[in-house]
Ligand binder design. Structure first.
Ligand code: PLP
Length: 304
């Protein structure tokens, strides 16, 4: 990780190495936190944060779902996110706001426990590697099912829930894959370990609905809009593993990942094992959108 100089912590900037917590921090014991992943990019118009309001809205929604009352107003968090990029003089950044229960009473009921907020920003390149966008990624169907909506709140980015994603990711990498696809409760496809998933079949794009346990990804939402703008039919639909393996194209989406072709599953190629044409078209459009080159999406750009 490329450390930056400062982290915003409970309202103030502190040196990166001073942004520390006590081992009795509630969230360290019980996973009781929520977070966001946001990107800033160096565009022709200046440094831009993509869909900042939407990310902050999801952060508040996640916090609400898990009973964390954020002790700052939304506009204060928005300003802090912009400031953390500026003060660290980053022109390209991954931004990680984290809301967590600090040190107070121990026990599952987080009474008399302060809610703490940190926002870090640092340079983080392509999550699945620099060449993934050209060569695509090789993935497996995970033996781990995506957290169930009957046990967790998959629509929220909850810290504890990510133990599930970590299990899937470690297992995939140990078996020689780049990443994993996780199935939901009913055995249909949910998403990747940290990405949403789409298939292309006979010119149509499909993605599983959020009822499968898939996160309501902001890149997912952007890709749905891009497809509609590009007149590519797109629909939400439950997908089987067979639908994936017999698709013309498969791709992942996510803030850290971007849009990346999935070229093989469980060792079997998807079509000819290359990143497909529709995926390439979506990648190009997505790059234009996030780099402030598409006026149709300029409301998603926050210049700082
Ligand atoms: C489990 C999971 N699914 C999907 C995504 C993609 O969501 P987004 O596009 O909002 O980054 C992420 C990344 O945040 C994730 O962690």
């Amino acid at each position: 990780m490329e450390k930056s100089k400062y982290i915003w912590f409970d309202g103030n900037f502190v040196d990166w190495d001073s942004a520390q917590v006590n081992v009795m921090t509630h969230t360290l014991h019980y996973g009781t936190g929520v977070f966001e992943g946001i990107r800033a990019r160096n565009t022709d118009q200046g440094v831009s944060i993509f869909r900042l309001d939407d990310h902050v809205d999801r952060l508040y929604a996640s916090a609400d779902s898990y009973h964390l009352k954020i002790p700052f107003e939304k506009n204060e968090i928005i300003e802090a996110i912009k400031e953390v990029v500026k003060i660290n003089e980053l022109d390209s950044a991954y931004i990680r706001p984290l809301i967590f229960f600090g040190e107070g009473e121990m026990g599952l009921l987080p009474n008399n426990v302060p809610v703490r907020v940190s926002i870090a920003a640092w340079y983080w390149g392509a999550y699945l590697g620099d060449d993934a966008v050209n060569r695509g990624v090789n993935v497996c169907i995970s033996k781990w099912r995506r957290i169930s909506p009957t046990s967790f709140i998959p629509l929220a980015k909850g810290v504890g829930g990510y133990m599930n994603s970590t299990l899937a990711k470690i297992d995939a990498v140990e078996n020689g894959y780049d990443d994993a696809i996780m199935l939901g409760d009913d055995g249909t496809v949910a998403e990747g370990s940290g990405q949403n998933i789409f298939i292309v079949k006979e010119g149509n794009i499909y993605t599983p609905p959020n009822t499968t346990g898939a996160l309501n990804g902001i890149t997912r939402r952007t890709v749905i809009e891009i497809s509609k703008n590009n007149n590519i039919p797109i629909d939400e639909k439950n997908l089987t593993v067979d639908d994936l393996k017999t698709a013309d194209e498969v791709f992942f989406t996510g803030t850290a990942t971007g849009v990346i072709g999935v070229v093989s599953i469980d060792g079997g190629n998807i079509a000819d094992g290359q990143v497909g044409n529709v995926t390439s078209q979506i990648i190009d459009s997505y790059e234009d959108v996030v780099n402030a080159k598409d006026d149709n999406f300029k409301s998603y750009i926050t210049l700082i």
